[in-house]
Design a protein around this ligand. Structure first.
Ligand SMILES: [Zn+2]
Length: 240
């Protein structure tokens, strides 16, 4: 029997006891019906929770029913911490709304599982969120330029300029441009290029984190145009 692994991105109630599951897999997005999972005595109830990694019989058609489902990872440590869990939900929302059908799904699926594994080991979830967001930009075709001024090609005296998607030399900064100092774009490049299967992200100060978070928000405004509900919740949590 052929089986598929999938991450539950979203789970919506359907009639009295059923759910519609939106999953992301190594072959892309899948939608399945999970019958009876809301009944208290249904042992498959936990399969329909957002953020669970599950395995099931490969569906033959869209909206097939979930068959022979089993839980591979419930990411319990992530779910124990409200902030970390909100970061996970933010990532799941991005996957659901930003990744289209023609993407390199095997690569993205593998990467996502690695990100959640790291977060589940109680690593610095904030940095893994930034790594995901930066690499997602590259993945959907908005790679950032860290090498040279994207106007004149100069590679000296550079600052990071979010709305042009990379570095720019001081000569080409317009008065109204938002820019960030060299240290910040060095940290940004570190997170953008890191291979998380080999390396752990280095520690960043709270000022650097806050700059990076602002830059990513500007980049997403400019190039993605989609803000997740969870990112709004994360902003509110920061203010408390
Ligand atoms: Zn220039």
């Amino acid at each position: 029997m052929e089986e598929t692994k999938g991450l539950v991105l979203q789970s919506l109630d359907y009639k009295d006891n059923h759910k519609i599951l939106y999953l992301y897999t190594a072959v892309g997005h899948q939608t399945l019906l999970a019958y009876g999972v809301k009944k208290m005595n249904n042992i498959q109830r936990f399969l329909s929770q957002r953020g669970s990694l599950i395995q099931y019989k490969t569906p033959k058609k869209p909206m097939d029913s979930l068959c022979d489902g089993e839980l591979l990872n419930g990411y319990d440590s992530i779910k124990e911490d409200p902030t970390t869990y909100t970061r996970m939900l933010h990532i799941l929302e991005l996957v659901r709304h930003v990744i289209d059908d023609h993407s390199n799904h095997p690569k993205m699926f593998q990467f996502l599982v690695k990100i959640f594994d790291q977060m589940n080991q109680l690593k610095d979830a904030e940095l893994y969120q930034y790594i995901f967001e930066l690499k997602l930009l590259h993945f959907i075709g908005y790679g950032l330029n860290f090498k040279q001024c994207n106007i004149c090609g100069n590679n000296k005296d550079l600052v990071f300029h979010p709305s042009s998607g990379g570095v720019i030399c001081r000569h080409h900064i317009k008065d109204f441009s938002v820019t960030y100092p060299y240290d910040t774009y060095e940290s940004l490049a570190h997170l953008y290029f890191i291979d998380i299967s080999q390396d752990t992200p280095r520690q960043l100060s709270s000022t650097e984190r806050s700059h990076i978070s602002d830059i990513i928000a500007l980049l997403y405004d400019e190039f993605v145009g989609y803000q997740t509900k969870s990112s709004k919740i994360l902003q509110q949590m920061k203010k408390i």
